[in-house]
Design a binder for this molecule. Sequence first.
Ligand SMILES: Nc1ncnc2c1ncn2[C@@H]1O[C@H](COP(=O)(O)OP(=O)(O)OP(=O)(O)O)[C@@H](O)[C@H]1O
Length: 378
Amino acid sequence: MRSAEPIREELPESRRWGTRGTAGATFAGQLTFENVSRRFGRTAAVEDVSFTLKPGEIACLLGPSGCGKTTLLRIAAGIDKPDAGRLLFDGQEMAGPERFVPPEKRNIGLMFQDFALFPHLSIIDNVAFGLNSLPKGEARGIALHALERVGLAHYAHSYPHNLSGGEQQRVALARALVPRPQVLLMDEPFSGLDQRLRESVRAETLTLLRETRASCLLVTHDPVEAMGLADRIFLMRQGRLIQAGTPEELYRHPADAPAARFFSDTDEVRGEVRDGLVVTPLGTFACPERVKGPDALVLIRPQGIRRAAAGETGVEGLVTETRFQGDDVKCRVLFKGLDEPLTALLGSKAAPQRGETALFRVDPDHVFVFELASLQPI
Ligand SMILES: Nc1ncnc2c1ncn2[C@@H]1O[C@H](COP(=O)(O)OP(=O)(O)OP(=O)(O)O)[C@@H](O)[C@H]1O
């Protein structure tokens, strides 16, 4: 049903979201967690976490279920309070021993995984909901502009149940962005979407976030999603911040063995530390200073094992299993000196047959050496 009310008014420049590439006047906020802890009974949901989300940055809180990501987001939003430590917004204390600023005074936007659109409100009224301090006509004008930007203006007078999951997600994003929050907090915003849709909605979300210039802290348990979206990743485990860095830093230089395992499949072999090197049946690798020996845990990514080229030396391995995967073939290769085969991801054109013996080389960029004690799973 179409409303008779006008929904478009001339907007002052500063209230417009703006068309692609012409973001309005929002100044991105900086969010600082300073030694934040939160307990629930005997559970330490968050323990002594410190980090800063920089202005305009898109960062992911990444970690397995129950590691404290949502608790941190709730503390940032003001839905929950820390037991210890402080939360600062642009240097001002929002939560701490002396002070608590309520959610509505924080200029922080929130978007949760179930989108939480109001079923009884039209799409345009859902988007205009957070603009209740403005006259209705102006609020609807801004909402319509935001809907145009996410390509859904034609649904302005429909209701949430008429829209697909991906469309509802875009409406929720428009709703979260129209009040021009300085920081947007998103909790698993793509988890309700199927795989194919997820990628396109994720790309669109990234474009919109860059356009509106809001700083964004996004919770996910999916390392691929975090690497595709984030300027920086904060990796959490059991309530603690394990590592912070760019996706490349975390992927190439994981802080510990569970962090390496979290970012991709790995096989593990034991190495012997000798004169600053670690010796394994697959070759000798540099040994980082943190590993004292005499034994070391060596993690090898499947993409780090390749076939030796003609004339190259290599380690002999027997291919015990092959699985075609399109561009790649996943092989299980048994090397001399090891009890179990390792997984190698080989280009399908160069892949050996099952039962074949071939020479292999291991790329040190995909090898990570840690103390042997680091067997704890993430
Ligand atoms: N209100 C609560 N009462 C009791 N325990 C809680 C409460 N909220 C969180 N916890 C516990 O705190 C820990 C961290 O929970 P949190 O929801 O922050 O983790 P998460 O990383 O966001 O997990 P998920 O990805 O499953 O949402 C968990 O052990 C959880 O059971």
